[in-house]
Ligand binder design. Structure first.
Ligand SMILES: N[C@@H](CCC(=O)N[C@@H](CS)C(=O)NCC(=O)O)C(=O)O
Length: 247
C-alpha cells in the first residue's frame, strides 16, 4: 500500500505527526503537496482534496488517502494508520490509551496555535498581539506544566508503552521539539520536571529511520507560518509564583 498524505507544503504543522509515523515505519508514501505540479503536486493538490465531490469532504488538512479510503483529523488518521504500519502498541486497551494521549496532544497543539492567534485565525498576529501576550502567559504558566506533567506521567518505560516505540512517542518528540523552538525560556525552566519526556525526545531523535529523515530535505524546519512559532515577546521563564511553588 502506498499512502498519499495531503498537507501544506511549507510547514511541518499537523502533517508532521503523520510523516513521522510513516517515516519511522519505512512505509511508502507520497507527500503530495511536495510533488511537482507536473505530477499533481503543490498546495493546489491540498485545495483539490478539500473540495472532493466523492465521499465525505475533509474539513481541513492533514488528509490521508489509502486506496479509495480518505481520512482527515490527525489523531483519527494515526489511530487507523499506526496498526497497519507497525507503530501502534499491542492490544485494544493500549491502542485506546494511545488514541487518548494523541487527542490530548492535539488539544495542546490547538492551545499553542491560539497563543499567536487568540482572537481569530483570519487576523494577522500583528492585529492580536496584546491578546497573544496574555494568552501565552497563561499557556506558559498554567497549561504547559499541566499538559507536559500529564504526558510525563504517561511514559511507562523508555517509550510511553514500554520498550517499543509507537506513533505517540513520535508525536511527543515533535511536541517537545516544537515547544523548545517556540518557548525556549519556558521550556528551559520546565526541563527538570520532565526527565522522562526529555529522554524520550532524545531517544526518538536517534532512531535510525527518524535520524535519516530529520537529516533529509523531506523534513521541514519549524518556521513562522506553522503552529509552533517563535515570537520573543511570547516567551519568558515561568512566572515567579510557579517557580516558588515548584521549587
Ligand atoms: N483537528 C484537526 C485540525 C485541522 C486543522 O486545523 N488544520 C489546519 C492546518 S494545520 C487548517 O488548514 N485549518 C483550516 C481551518 O480550520 O479552516 C486535526 O488535528 O487534524
Amino acid at each position: 500500500m502506498r499512502y498519499r498524505l495531503y498537507y501544506w507544503s511549507a510547514i511541518p504543522g499537523r502533517g508532521e505527526p503523520i510523516r513521522l509515523a510513516l517515516e519511522d515505519a519505512g512505509a511508502p508514501y507520497d507527500d503530495v503537496a511536495r510533488l511537482p505540479a507536473s505530477q499533481g503536486g503543490g498546495d493546489a493538490a491540498v485545495a483539490r482534496v478539500l473540495t472532493a465531490k466523492n465521499g465525505l469532504r475533509p474539513f481541513a488538512p492533514p488528509v490521508l488517502e489509502a486506496g479509495s479510503l480518505r481520512l482527515a483529523q490527525a489523531a483519527h488518521i494515526l489511530h487507523w494508520l499506526a496498526p497497519r504500519i507497525g507503530r501502534a502498541p499491542a492490544g485494544e486497551r493500549a491502542r485506546l490509551a494511545a488514541h487518548q494521549i494523541q487527542l490530548t496532544i492535539t488539544d495542546l497543539w490547538a492551545e499553542v496555535h491560539d497563543t499567536h492567534h487568540p482572537i481569530a485565525v483570519g487576523l494577522y498576529y500583528e492585529d492580536q498581539k496584546a491578546e497573544a501576550k496574555r494568552r501565552a502567559q497563561h499557556l506558559r504558566d498554567e497549561r504547559l506544566p499541566k499538559f507536559l506533567g500529564w504526558f510525563e506521567h504517561a511514559v511507562k518505560g523508555p517509550y510511553v508503552f514500554g520498550r517499543t516505540a509507537s506513533y505517540v512517542d513520535l508525536s511527543l518528540f515533535q511536541t517537545i521539539a516544537g515547544l523548545r523552538y517556540a518557548f525556549p525560556r519556558a521550556m528551559n525552566a520546565l526541563a527538570r520536571t520532565l526527565p522522562k519526556l526529555e529522554a524520550l525526545h532524545d531517544r526518538v531523535r536517534e532512531r535510525p529511520r527518524l535520524a535519516a529523515y530529520l537529516a533529509s530535505d523531506r523534513r521541514l524546519a519549524f518556521n513562522q507560518d506553522g503552529i509552533f512559532r517563535h515570537y520573543d515577546e511570547l516567551d519568558a521563564p515561568l512566572a515567579r509564583s510557579r517557580r516558588s511553588r515548584s521549587s
